[in-house]
Design a protein around this ligand. Sequence first.
Ligand SMILES: CCCCCCCCCCCCCCCCCCCCCCCC(=O)SCCNC(=O)CCNC(=O)[C@H](O)C(C)(C)COP(=O)(O)OP(=O)(O)OC[C@H]1O[C@@H](n2cnc3c(N)ncnc32)[C@H](O)[C@@H]1OP(=O)(O)O
Ligand SMILES: NC(=O)C1=CN([C@@H]2O[C@H](COP(=O)(O)OP(=O)(O)OC[C@H]3O[C@@H](n4cnc5c(N)ncnc54)[C@H](OP(=O)(O)O)[C@@H]3O)[C@@H](O)[C@H]2O)C=CC1
Length: 481
Amino acid sequence: MGRERNLFPELSERKGGTMSTIAAFYSGKSILITGATGFMGKVLMEKLFRTSPDLKVIYILMRPKAGQTLQQRVFQILNSKLFEKVKEVCPTVHDKIRAIYADLNQNDFAISREDMQELLSCTNIIFHCAATVRFDDPLRHAVQLNVTATQQLLLMASQMPKLEAFIHISTAFSNCNLTHIDEVVYPCPVEPKKIIDSMEWLDDSIIDEITPKLIGDQPNTYTYTKALGEMVVQQESGNLNIAIVRPSIVGATWQEPFPGWVDNLNGPSGLIIAAGKGFLRAIKATPMAVADLIPVDTVVNLTLAVGWYTAVHRPKSTLVYHCTSGNLNPCNWGKMGFQVLATFEKIPFERAFRRPNADFTSNNFMNQYWNAVSHRAPAIIYDFYLRLTGRKPRMTKLMNRLLRTTSMLEYFINRSWEWSTYNTEMLMSELSPEDQRVFNFDVRQLNWLEYIENYVLGIKKYLLKEDMAGIPEAKQHLKRF
Ligand SMILES: CCCCCCCCCCCCCCCCCCCCCCCC(=O)SCCNC(=O)CCNC(=O)[C@H](O)C(C)(C)COP(=O)(O)OP(=O)(O)OC[C@H]1O[C@@H](n2cnc3c(N)ncnc32)[C@H](O)[C@@H]1OP(=O)(O)O
Ligand SMILES: NC(=O)C1=CN([C@@H]2O[C@H](COP(=O)(O)OP(=O)(O)OC[C@H]3O[C@@H](n4cnc5c(N)ncnc54)[C@H](OP(=O)(O)O)[C@@H]3O)[C@@H](O)[C@H]2O)C=CC1
């Protein structure tokens, strides 16, 4: 008989009687997650169910979206490839998710009285992942979601008698106006309470006018409001056991539940598609700048370890944990870009507009030049051809959007930051050997070339939904250029 494949090392460990302490901690717990339908939230739920199938319930605060009811959204998530292993380990997973109608933009999140009662009396752990991650959100909306909603959730948390820990997900870029960032909450020039209050009575046009002044040397409303959100957490923590996790640029899964899983265009994913499809030919980036990417499963492992540590060890102050790769296992944008292009050779995307041949430009003048020559001009020509052949022109619009996106991301790919990771390293040393394995967040073990190849492959499979069988045809298509 062949060797059995060990699909669930976490579980076989339980059989052997050496169950991970962290997994055991979450058993029997009632866990509340905001942002569970997002990129990170889904991976967090998956890992919780897979490693602690005996947990009591996961409450997810969610809203209907795109014509789907809450139940339909949950059904879709549980029936996705991401949850295939979970359904084997935890067949009752459907019964253990309680979708609670909530809109974080509204007072009391528009949660019904009965639901609120249940949440207040039963919740043991909160993971607050929900946020708007758009860089161009109007300040009012970004404040509502990233600051006011955090404040409201803290108020709810303070009324939960069984609450053991509140874990707030922030971003390593919440202080990106600094170059060296410690694991502390930095004060913001204007108190969050004042910002929240002013959003109540200022009208939109005035808010738009004062936004640049308020955000100061922050690049956008996202990083600015995430910094305010952290301050709210620190100021209003009261007697709660609170911790803040700050991931850098979150990318596809590294290992779990399988490599390369990704389901949105944020961070590098959208640009990798644009480059692979031949739209993106040049981008202003500094090849030697550190590409501080962090796999989403690493973030989730650290977050779960932080949840356990915060509840069990109850640190006296709010600890901040950096979930970054740069100081332990640095990779730069040059190496990353090179590996992305090398992967396109082996596994090209289908129906590319041109051969993938992107390059980094170093200064504004060259960037403008390549934007005109490699992006705008071909788009105009192609649209002319579409018009001639009786079709609707679309390339100029697409290119303009792409250039807007690259201009928004440029800030992050032309600078390097240094994040200290004392708390994260301290936590690693507090973990038992099996917890270090089951909840691995040691990025020193990450092989970047392998990770990036799996990332590109994951984009092809899970985002573009392209079939591997189409690779020969895709290669043939590229040969024609
Ligand atoms: C040796 C040389 C080799 C060179 C090789 C080059 C190869 C390429 C490799 C690329 C590597 C470089 C990647 C660098 C990436 C750096 C990312 C840095 C991010 C810092 C993160 C800070 C950490 C965080 O905490 S934030 C969380 C991350 N948040 C985001 O990423 C949000 C960013 N997105 C936005 O803010 C908006 O979407 C915006 C402003 C970019 C666009 O808004 P707009 O209203 O114009 O469009 P949308 O309605 O949102 O979408 C329209 C359209 O565009 C698609 N799209 C959305 N986002 C992206 C994207 N990031 N990239 C590409 N396309 C995107 C979207 O799906 C829509 O498509 P439709 O078809 O119209 O539906
Ligand atoms: N992705 C990244 O690169 C990084 C992310 N982070 C942080 O990680 C956390 C998770 O990010 P990520 O998963 O990538 O983000 P996503 O954009 O994928 O998910 C955002 C989540 O917030 C929910 N949400 C937004 N608005 C509301 C609302 N009004 N009511 C209820 N729910 C709402 C979304 O629900 P719905 O599905 O209904 O829209 C979704 O579940 C965020 O706090 C972010 O700041 C930090 C560093 C990097």
